[in-house]
Design a protein around this ligand. Structure first.
Ligand code: PEP
Ligand code: MN
Length: 349
């Protein structure tokens, strides 16, 4: 880190800072007495756990600012260009590998019949992972809250019938073991991206975790949330862009931040999923947005599908009909292929 002093600092301020650094026993300081600013470079490593020290140094007399050099999210950060985490989700399906992974299913699990009909349709169309919410984070307590454990059992059984790994949301630390017993992938929703107790709890499992972006989260906040899971010893983390809140939500539910996909690939080795359904919120725009996500390099696409969206208990407006989904899968595979060809050209191979 680099510490910069106020122009009118006293000489004693610099030595007090250097003494504080020395006292860690692990860090060294190098002083550059200069015009117009005096700076101290701090050399050494305390395992990325220097947040408190940075804050304390910033509060010392005469200090104008402290700039960190390394990343706050050391485990999530990309260390070299070829580093790529591949998350194995079971049934031979991977996220982050050569193949585009497709997650599809209803927003909420409503009944066994509903889930089976949709699972059959998305499986036939080429989806790899079956999603469905059993614990639903709803804006109003009077909205459908999900079928809870009954829903989890339906998801497990029907995923098994179709040989598909399953993904479902977990909303609270006390639900983690139960959800992990029934599902292959734990989803952390946008509203819980910064629920640190929940992140720590899923970090204690070894289940794949899809970490959705908080609706107003910056990239460092999001990657720091991933760091909580990785820090617990669970390396199987997938980042999911699902749209962010901006000034304009008149025509779409959120703003689809497609640029997040290459930004994350540059910054992190974790695979990236893209969810146009929640980003856009309107059925008619979902296919084009999904294709943009594939073109931008998403490792996985996440889509809500319902055979009777007008009867859905949540997110019917943004649910694709099975035939729309089937066409989109074909288009996404073409787009993925085109992207691979474009990259080959760019790399001159
Ligand atoms: C969902 O996947 O159904 C969901 C509630 O997603 P999000 O957390 O992105 O709103
Ligand atoms: Mn939904």
């Amino acid at each position: 880190m680099i510490i910069t002093f106020e122009r009118d600092h006293a000489q004693g301020d610099v030595s007090a800072v250097c003494d504080r650094i020395q006292a860690t026993g692990e860090l060294k300081s190098v002083v550059e007495n200069g015009a117009p600013y005096t700076v101290v470079a701090v050399i050494g490593d305390i395992n990325g756990r220097c947040e408190t020290l940075i804050e304390q140094l910033g509060a010392m007399r005469g200090v104008a600012g402290v700039q960190r050099i390394g990343k706050k999210y050391q485990l999530a950060a990309r260390k070299h260009p070829d580093q790529q985490t591949i998350v194995d989700v079971g049934h031979g399906v991977q996220i982050g590998g050569d193949r585009l992974a497709i997650v599809a299913g209803p927003c909420s699990i409503e009944s066994e019949g509903q889930l089976r009909t949709i699972a059959q349709a998305v499986k036939n169309a080429g989806a790899h992972i079956l999603r469905g919410g059993a614990f639903k984070p709803r804006t109003s307590p009077r909205d459908f809250q999900g079928l809870g454990e009954d829903g989890l059992r339906m998801l497990r059984d029907i995923g098994g019938e179709f040989g598909m790994p399953t993904q479902t949301e977990v909303m609270a630390p006390h639900q983690v073991d139960m959800v992990a017993d029934h599902a292959d992938i734990l989803q952390i929703g946008t509203r819980n991206m910064q629920n640190y107790d929940l992140l720590k709890a899923v970090g204690q499992t070894r289940k794949p975790v899809v970490l959705k972006r908080g609706m107003s989260a910056t990239f460092p906040e999001w990657l720091s949330a991933a760091e909580y899971i990785l820090d617990g010893g669970n390396p199987h983390v997938v980042l999911c862009e699902r749209g962010i809140r901006t000034f304009d939500s008149t025509m779409t539910r959120n703003t689809a931040d497609v640029v997040a996909i290459p930004v994350l690939h540059g910054e992190s080795h974790l695979p990236v999923m893209f969810d146009p359904s929640h980003a856009v919120g309107k059925r008619r725009h979902i296919a084009d947005t999904a294709l943009a996500g594939v073109a931008a390099g998403a490792d996985a696409l996440h889509l809500e599908v319902h055979h009777q969206p007008e009867r859905a208990l949540s997110d019917g407006d943004q649910s694709l009909l099975p035939e729309q989904f089937a066409l989109l899968v074909q288009q996404m595979n073409i787009m993925r292929e085109a992207r691979t060809r474009c990259r080959t050209l760019r790399m001159g191979r």
